[in-house]
Ligand binder design. Structure first.
Ligand SMILES: [Zn+2]
Ligand SMILES: [Zn+2]
Length: 105
C-alpha cells in the first residue's frame, strides 16, 4: 500500500496545494513584485527560462525566447492541474473497486 500512496495520493496532494496557492490572490502577489533590473512589474512569462519577467526584459536578455502573457500561462497551468486531479480521482476509484472485487473472491 505504501507505493500506492506515493503514486496516487502524493501527486493529488501536491495538486491541491498548488490550487491553494492559486487562491491566495496571485494577481496581487505578482504585481507587487518588480523586476530587479528594470523596476517594472513582472507581467510576462518566459517559457524558455520558466520565470516571470518584465516587458523590458523581453526586449533585452529574453529576446527571442518563448514569451506568453502571464495570464495565459496561469490559465493553462490551472487547467493542467485540474486535469491531473481528475485523473487521480479516476485512478483512486478504480483501485478501490479492484480491492473490493479481490476481497469478494
Ligand atoms: Zn526586467
Ligand atoms: Zn527568457
Amino acid at each position: 500500500m505504501a507505493s500506492f500512496f506515493q503514486t496516487h495520493l502524493q501527486p493529488h496532494c501536491e495538486g491541491a496545494a498548488w490550487k491553494d496557492y492559486q487562491l491566495t490572490d496571485p494577481d496581487r502577489n505578482i504585481k507587487e513584485k518588480l523586476c530587479a533590473q528594470h523596476q517594472k512589474s513582472l507581467e510576462i512569462y518566459c517559457r524558455t527560462d520558466d520565470m516571470c519577467i518584465s516587458a523590458k526584459c523581453v526586449a533585452t536578455e529574453h529576446n527571442g525566447h518563448k514569451i506568453v502573457e502571464l495570464e495565459t500561462e496561469r490559465e493553462e497551468k490551472q487547467i493542467s492541474v485540474k486535469n491531473e486531479v481528475q485523473e487521480n480521482e479516476k485512478n483512486f476509484t478504480g483501485l478501490i473497486w479492484c480491492i473490493k472485487e479481490t476481497r469478494r473472491n
